[in-house]
Design a protein around this ligand. Structure first.
Ligand code: O2Y
Ligand code: MN
Length: 635
């Protein structure tokens, strides 16, 4: 997209690249290392202009409007969705690309067996060649951003250089961007260098396409944890391009967290208030697309209980002066999956996205609104689908299969501040003290509804064993458990075995009794009638038991796999499953809360198998815990 119009409206900080060489050019910072880095990249990429983002509403609006003019955005009906836009990506650029994502460390073993690896020199050479001239005809945007509230002792500053205006406006929602960040950085502050290009230079006079990107074989999402750098090329989508999110806040941050003694986790953060006004902060790590956003914004189905949101995807946690673990949400927005989000599954997300939201790959209705499968409202008689084609509920592909109007990974990008249940303290620079960690996954068999770890090593073991059964949407073999330790498999910034060791060392940093209590949850057990547990707002019943356990109450039985609630320990007042009578539900609860010994023996074997690629690097303590549980199951 040309920045001509943007430049006229709001780009006071846009400079012609040649002019940028002149000493008269004014920069919005006196940080010489930053200025040199920007100018060097502008020269390498041959960007037409350089625009330093100030993060103002005026700038955001001007870029959005210029994208409407270029055809990259559709403005939605302001009466239905004020301040909202729809983007449609290229059909090939619709999700994170794990097979093009690299952790580039000097030694291959430091990246570990779960990450793609190329040595830094080789990868940087390949990518420097790709970056040469890649921004011809485009504007290079400089995005100074803070992950976490500006000035928080837990926050980190990054600067993303990108030629994608889509990335700029999404980053403005998802992070704290602009002049205030440069001010915090001062003239010699540390920042994480993030390079990004869509990899589609424009020839003179060439008309741009709505979603420029490079073919898959040229896409690279590269991380250099030893120098804290991110280099991304060829994709404009989500986690590949909004570099503050998965690349910085998980992959690079997990590596920094190990060096600095804290935790960077793929976890939601929620505030739970009981009818007695007792507050607990709980974080939860579930694999992607297991309902983290839904849990973070849940409407509890038990009277008097309240859930408020601190974050829906990532938690950064440091030990505070009192020895407890304090969490911040490093983000300031939600990049949520749209399909399946409805007034039933997540009413607070639906309320959050009524305005000032960017939708990507959703369907456009004839009255200028958006729609997706599982929105909970009837399908429109006609719409424009995510590929820009006419769509009706009867549209089928060449094989006669129904065509979806929205892409299954269609997204909304919305400011967290708009969430009606955002907690008052969500931006507290000191973070919130965490009482409990939940791990979980999509496990139709064996794994109980909830299970409490017996000790810290057991807690880390539970995290290491997390995973989800694949569904048709995963494109993999259906019904196979994909291990996703700590829900971090795609996001480890270093060897996952070393990550387990880092977790195991947390009790060396503080009193273990001050660390959060740890639980494994599973909302997805199935029997012949379907799901055995309602999930959604009924998950409050499990959270209530978690609170009781934190407070040293809550009835439980010790089993080989952990502390399980007694069958009557979960408050089922008012619980309704239309498929099951109260008596049937009692039996279902018994099944949900008992140990399937034969199933667990197989589970233990499968976890042992998942440790094998790590060899001796996998901590002995976890192998010993595995052996201990196995022996207890044999008794
Ligand atoms: O497909 C993408 O690029 C988005 S991935 C994502 C976005 C928001 C929250 N979580 C995730 C994830 O994959 O865990
Ligand atoms: Mn996520």
């Amino acid at each position: 997209m040309s920045c001509k119009k943007t430049a006229k409206r709001a780009c006071k900080t846009t400079v012609k690249t040649k002019a940028a060489k002149a000493s008269a050019v004014k920069y919005p910072t006196r940080h010489e290392e930053l200025i040199k880095w920007v100018n060097d990249f502008a020269k390498l990429t041959q960007a037409k202009n350089v625009h330093w983002c100030d993060g103002t509403k005026k700038e955001y609006n001007a870029i959005c409007e210029s994208m409407v003019e270029s055809g990259a955005f559709v403005k939605l009906n302001p009466k239905k969705r004020p301040g909202c836009y729809l983007a449609r990506s290229h059909w090939s650029d619709v999700a994170r690309v794990e097979n093009r994502t690299y952790i580039s460390t000097e030694k291959r073993e430091d990246a570990g067996p779960t990450n793609n690896w190329v040595a830094p020199d080789e990868l940087k050479k390949t990518m420097t060649d790709l970056y040469k001239g890649c921004m011809k005809g485009r504007t290079l945007y400089v995005i100074p951003f803070s992950m976490g509230p500006i000035g928080s002792p837990i926050s980190k500053i990054g600067v993303e250089l990108t030629d994608s205006p889509y990335v700029v406006v999404n980053m403005i929602i998802m992070t704290r961007v602009g002049t205030k960040v440069l001010k915090q950085l001062g003239k010699d502050g540390e920042f994480i260098k993030c390079l990004h290009s869509v990899g589609a230079p424009l020839k003179p006079g060439q008309k741009d396409v709505p979603w420029p990107c490079a073919p898959l074989e040229k896409k690279y999402i590269s991380h250099f944890p030893e120098t804290s750098e991110i280099w991304s090329f060829g994709s404009g989508y989500g986690g590949n391009a909004l570099l503050g999110k998965k690349c910085l806040a998980l992959r690079i941050a997990s590596s920094l967290a190990r060096k600095e003694g804290w935790l960077a986790e793929h976890m939601l953060i929620l505030k739970l208030t009981s009818p007695e006004n007792k507050v607990h902060y709980i974080t939860a790590a579930f694999p992607s697309a297991c309902g983290k956003t839904n849990l973070a914004m849940m409407e509890p189905r038990l009277p008097g209980w309240k859930v408020e949101t601190i974050g829906d995807d990532i938690a950064w946690m440091k030990i505070g002066a009192d020895g407890r673990l304090y969490a911040i949400n490093p983000e300031s927005g939600f990049f949520g999956v749209a399909p399946g989000t409805s007034m039933d599954s997540n009413p607070n997300a639906m309320r959050t996205i009524t305005k000032n939201t960017i939708f990507t790959n959703c369907a456009l209705t004839d009255d200028g609104d958006i729609w997706w499968e599982g929105m909970g409202v009837p399908a429109p008689a006609h719409a424009i689908d995510w590929q820009g084609k006419d769509w009706t509920p009867d549209t089928v592909d060449k094989d006669g299969k129904k065509v979806k109007a929205a892409h299954p990974n269609a997204r909304f990008t919305a400011p967290a501040a708009q969430c009606p249940v955002i907690a008052g303290e969500w931006e507290d620079p000191n973070g919130v003290p965490v009482s409990a960690f939940l791990f979980g996954g999509r496990r139709p068999t064996v794994i109980p509804l909830v299970n409490q770890a017996k000790d810290w090593t057991h807690a880390v073991f539970m995290g290491s064993a997390a995973g989800s059964e694949t569904t048709a949407a995963n494109l993999a073999e259906v019904g196979v458990v994909r291990r996703d330790p700590m829900a971090m498999l795609p996001f480890f910034g270093y060897n996952a075995a070393d990550y387990m060791l880092h977790w195991l060392t947390m009790p060396l940093r503080t009193d273990v009794n001050k660390l959060p209590k740890v639980f494994f949850t599973n909302w997805f057990r199935k029997d012949e009638k379907g799901f055995m547990w309602n999930g959604f707002g009924d998950n409050i019943r499990v959270l209530k038991w978690v609170c009781e356990r934190i407070e040293g109450k809550g009835k439980a039985v010790e089993t080989p796999i952990g502390f399980l609630p007694t069958p009557d320990a979960i408050d089922m007042t008012g619980y309704v499953d239309p498929q099951r009578s109260a008596a049937e539900m009692k039996k279902t609860m018994k099944d949900l809360l008992s140990v399937d010994v034969e199933g667990w023996k197989k589970e233990i074997e499968a976890v042992a198998e998942s440790y094998k690629p790590f060899g001796n690097r996998m901590p002995y303590a976890l192998k010993a815990k595995l052996a201990e549980i196995k022996a207890a199951l044999e008794k």
